[in-house]
Design a protein around this ligand. Structure first.
Ligand code: FAD
Length: 458
């Protein structure tokens, strides 16, 4: 029998890589994790965590601005942006050292370097310009993530045209920020930097922000962003970025052919992400991929059955939690364990003001799939907790078929914290009549889900 250096080599130390490395080692496999940058991947280093650390600062600013409403007066506040960035870095460092400790305790061999396949059981790892090593393994998991997709428009290479990664690390708040792309990253960054004091303009090619979300949610978000003072142009194709004496000018055309111009000190390109397979040498080992990413089976096996691929690199939802759950399923398949994870029911959250959280089918998708759906909305202004918090913007929209919940879409305070109840109801196929007989504590925001569900059966 062929001998290998390791049972399992994982390429990429993001959410699709580090957790499964620990899990596999706990199951007795000898595991190496190869990471070319820092453990934690995009999520921890320049994605979920830094954005949410900055979001918290923005939230505190909003609370200060509305303090008078609560009978609290103060003269003014000032923003020490160095401290904002320092707090963000500390959060990242703490989580990074937790991950490193976890990997060390599990005896995962962490190798820093860039991996590339030389045959279907061997990778070379370029540690630096002088040092290269090789490793063989019985199984591989490719979890190399994604990178920014930049649209090829004129002026895209000018200084001041930033990716989300660049924008997260700025030393000072830009006076004017133009955001190209109104997807999740675009609207989150727009919301955060608007609270920091930037004048923000969002330009989105499609007719709605957050294209994959329920239309009611997207259009309500647009209303709230505009009310907050963010300019939003949807259905507008950006054509060019020009350099001015004082910054950059972004020009585009809307569907009626009208010119739209927005000037900024910085321009954020948040026009999507693409699977990152550069340098892996997949063609030479017959691992199939297309423009969306590496092709996998339901068990996350690639066209080479001992090589699995998970997370952003397979080009599906591109969420940190799905990356991790993909990797668990891949490991369970390797070990012949049962794994019933249902990848059709995945909650997604957007950290705007207010938050958005969504799971299951949108109304449009539900209508395409079934003839007889039921839809109900419950407004947060009728919820006691939301009223007592003075955070009454938004609603919960629920969609049912055959007396069961099939979609829930929330725009409202702390939406990300209680979307999971709807996730359980959908995933487990619990009857709405049974769901509404479960006692909920009062006063809570999650009572709103109950109220929305009640409206479906009354
Ligand atoms: P990654 O996290 O991208 O990790 C891949 C790792 O592989 C990287 O560390 C990279 O250095 C390494 N690598 C690549 N090639 C090689 C190689 N050849 N050799 C060795 N190492 C290699 N998702 C959420 O669920 N919630 C959020 O709030 C959220 N916010 C986001 C905000 C922003 C600004 C961005 C950009 C993304 C956000 N995401 C969020 C998406 C989330 O970050 C990704 O879905 C997630 O990180 C994907 O995990 P992954 O393990 O597939 O890849």
């Amino acid at each position: 029998m062929q001998q290998f250096d390791k049972d399992l080599v994982i390429i990429g130390g993001g959410p699709g890589g580090y957790d499964v490395a620990v899990k596999a080692a706990k199951h007795g496999l000898s595991v190496a994790l190869i990471e070319k940058h820092e453990v934690g991947g995009t999520c921890l280093n320049y994605g979920c965590i830094p954005t949410k650390a900055l979001y918290r600062n923005a939230e505190v600013i909003r609370d200060f601005k509305s303090a008078n409403e609560y009978g609290i007066s103060f003269d003014n506040y000032s923003l020490n942006f160095n401290q904002v960035q320092e707090r963000k870095s500390q959060v990242i460092e703490t989580l990074q050292s937790n991950i490193k400790l976890m990997l060390k305790k599990a005896k995962v061999d962490v190798i820093y370097g860039t991996a590339s396949f030389i045959d279907e059981h061997t990778v070379t790892i370029e540690k630096n310009e002088e040092e290269t090593t090789q490793l063989t393994a019985k199984y591989f998991i490719i979890a190399t993530g994604s990178t920014e997709k930049v649209i090829p428009i004129k002026g895209v290479n000018y200084d001041g045209v930033y990716t989300s990664k660049d924008l997260l690390d700025v030393d000072e708040v830009p006076k004017r920020l133009v955001v190209i792309g109104g997807g999740v990253i675009g609207v989150e960054m727009a919301s955060i930097f608007h609270e920091f004091g930037s004048e923000v303009v969002i330009i989105e090619f499609l007719d709605q922000l957050l294209n994959n979300f329920d239309k009611d949610i997207s259009s309500r978000l647009k209303v709230y962003l505009k009310k907050q003072g963010i300019k939003v142009y949807t259905g507008t194709a950006v054509e060019e970025i020009e350099k001015l004496d004082d910054g950059l000018a972004v020009t585009g055309k809307n569907k009626k052919g009208k010119l739209v111009t927005a000037n900024g000190d910085l321009v954020l390109m948040s026009t999507g992400r693409r699977a990152f397979i550069d340098g892996l040498n997949l063609t030479s080992i017959d691992v199939s991929y297309d423009q969306n990413g590496i092709k996998v089976s339901d068990n996350f096996q690639t066209s080479q059955p001992h090589i699995y691929a998970v997370g952003d690199v397979i080009g599906k939802e591109m969420l940190a939690h799905t990356a991790t759950y993909h990797s668990y399923k891949a490991l369970d398949h390797m070990l012949n364990f049962e794994n019933k994870t249902n990848f059709d029911v995945v909650p997604g959250c957007v950290f705007t003001f207010p938050e958005i959280a969504s799971v299951g089918l949108t109304e449009e998708q539900a209508n395409n799939k079934y003839e007889d759906i039921k839809v109900n909305k419950f407004m947060f202004r009728a919820n006691g907790k939301a009223l007592s918090m003075s955070k009454t913007d938004g609603f919960i929209k629920v969609i049912a078929h055959n007396n069961r919940l099939i979609g829930a879409h929330i725009i409202g305070p702390h939406a990300s914290d209680y979307v999971h109840e709807a996730t359980v109801l959908i995933e487990q196929g619990i009857k709405i009549l049974d769901a509404v007989s479960i006692i909920h504590a009062h006063p809570t925001l999650s009572e709103s889900l109950l109220e929305a569900l009640r409206g479906l059966i009354e």
